[in-house]
Design a protein around this ligand. Structure first.
Ligand code: GLU
Length: 501
């Protein structure tokens, strides 16, 4: 049988790094096996459900650029793929378990405190040992059915065996065995309002959708024995289980907002490229090829092996992700980068949206100025600000190269002004050659000649390549900024860079 895997998010929050990793691993596994990747919306928790989260799910995956073969939008042979459209199926299966003597009607009214879809809830119930007391388990089934027919409010609970143990083999974690007495006593499968719980809907759907492998976050491991009991109760074969190691922050705690951005949307807005995010997330706890970091999605699809997922938790390193992003930005063509930074430059009101023909030409010239420097796209406006706005004049000391003084900086600006007066600014190579020759003549470093000029023109010591930038500037503006800087330094001959000496 071909591999069939699913990503089964609950639309109760934004798509974050952890959820995208689960989806990606499932997707890569499906592709590596020539199998199918399915999206199933587990929207049974209506209290925390929001349409906005469903939209975020579709937007995120559209942006990331990897797709499911079957799902609510694409359809498929196992439709519907939205759990709220499958309630009849769940009720029928819960009733079936009651008939088989594997589940029972419960009339205690305590299902209100039962929160669906929270794995922690299960843990609280078992670890504390104060789960349901199984009061209704001993009611005669004929008597119970009568009460149901008379319309008495009820839930359906699964009978957890009272002795023995339940075990399964997790692909990563190996054999896992739970004493049945340690499993949540008789969890609710169907709530009094007719809604299924996560356990019922999840197991029934995985079976009916022919899911062969379940890869999901490790926080669901406490649900697994319970699910195995359900598969056995129905007489079904359980899928292969693979619980993925957690994604932690650098401090060893579960990755959360405290560490920085976690929602994919935040990375997207900051200007991370989907290919970089996919590459980095795919490497969170999985290896592909020794000594290599950069992989395209098609390469990952070929190389993915479930056995290569690490057992240890993965650490999310924001700096490493920045590095990946930088690498992917360097690979963009001028036209690609230009269109990607356009929204950021438009937001800063530097370029109109849509751009004019002239602005389009300018964008293509701006791209090479920043490609090697950007860590993420939203840095573009700040890097290019000096081309669109008058930079603030920095303090005099900023103009002065190491071990030099204000007089020196003043002299360098004077030289620069003269050189630029004779130069064709558009010929940046010739311009650079003229400065190089001048530095040699003066017996100083090219950097020392350029630094005061760079600060005068851009307002900072670190800027895009200076000669290429000047080629895009107005000669009058260049001269005006140099003049202002000279004025600034004029009366400060005594100012030196004492801290460097
Ligand atoms: N709906 C669950 C979630 O939100 C699915 C867990 C599973 O994959 O079984 O993650």
């Amino acid at each position: 049988m071909k591999a069939r895997v699913r990503y089964a998010p609950s639309p109760t929050g934004l798509q974050h790094i952890g959820s995208v990793r689960t989806a990606l691993f499932n997707y890569l596994f499906a592709r590596s096996q020539g199998g199918s990747f399915i999206l199933r919306l587990e929207d049974t928790d209506r209290a925390r459900y929001s349409e906005a989260y469903v939209k975020n799910l579709y937007d995120t995956f559209k942006w990331l650029g990897f797709y499911w073969d079957e799902g609510p939008d694409t359809g498929g042979p196992k439709a519907p793929y939205i759990q709220s459209e499958r309630f009849d199926i769940y009720r029928k299966h819960a009733e079936q378990l009651v008939q088989m003597g594997k589940a029972y009607y419960c009339f205690c009214s305590d299902d209100k405190k039962f929160k669906d879809n929270e794995p922690e809830n299960e843990e609280i119930e078992t670890a504390g040992g104060y789960g349901y007391t199984r009061t209704c388990r001993s009611i005669d089934p004929i008597e119970a059915r009568k009460r149901v027919q008379l319309g008495q409010a009820h839930v359906i609970r699964l009978k957890i065996p009272l002795e023995g143990s339940t075990s399964f083999d997790d692909v990563l974690l190996g054999r896992i065995e739970w004493k049945n007495t340690d499993i949540n006593p008789d969890p609710v499968l169907l709530k009094s309002d007719g809604y299924p719980t996560y356990h019922l809907a999840n197991v029934v759907d995985d079976h009916l959708m022919d899911i062969t492998h379940v890869m999901r976050a490790q926080e669901w491991i406490s649900s697994a024995p319970l699910h195995i009991i359900m598969y056995e109760a129905f007489g079904w074969k359980a899928p292969v289980l693979c619980h993925l190691p957690m994604v932690l922050g650098e401090d060893g705690h579960k990755l959360s907002k405290r560490h920085g951005a976690t929602a994919v949307d935040e990375f997207r807005k900051k200007g991370y490229l989907p290919a970089a995010l996919i590459n980095y997330v795919a490497m969170l706890g999985c290896s592909y090829e020794e000594g290599r970091d950069l992989f395209s999605l098609p390469e990952l699809e070929k190389l993915f092996l479930m056995e290569k997922i690490n057992k240890a938790p993965a650490i999310f390193d924001y700096v490493k992700l920045e590095w990946f992003n930088g690498q992917y930005i360097r690979m963009l063509t001028d036209a690609e980068l230009a269109s990607l930074v356009l929204p950021y430059l438009a937001e800063a009101s530097y370029i109109s949206q849509p751009p004019t023909q002239k602005e389009n030409e300018l964008l293509l010239k701006l791209a090479p100025l920043i490609r090697d420097r950007l860590r993420f796209l939203s840095e573009a406006p700040k890097m290019l600000k000096f081309l669109f706005e008058e930079p603030e004049l920095p303090e005099a000391v900023e103009f002065i190269p190491k071990k030099k003084d204000a007089l020196f900086a003043y002299g360098m600006l004077e030289q620069a002004l003269q050189l630029l007066g004779q130069a064709d600014l558009h010929d940046h190579d010739a311009c650079e050659a003229a400065f190089r020759a001048e530095a040699e003549k003066l017996g100083c470093k090219l950097g020392d000649l350029l630094m005061p000029l760079r600060v005068a023109l851009t307002g900072t010591k670190v800027s895009p390549p200076l000669f290429h930038s000047m080629a895009l500037m107005d000669r009058q503006i260049i001269e005006k900024r140099i003049g202002a800087a000279m004025e600034h330094l004029k009366n400060l001959e005594h100012v030196g860079r004492a801290k460097d000496e």
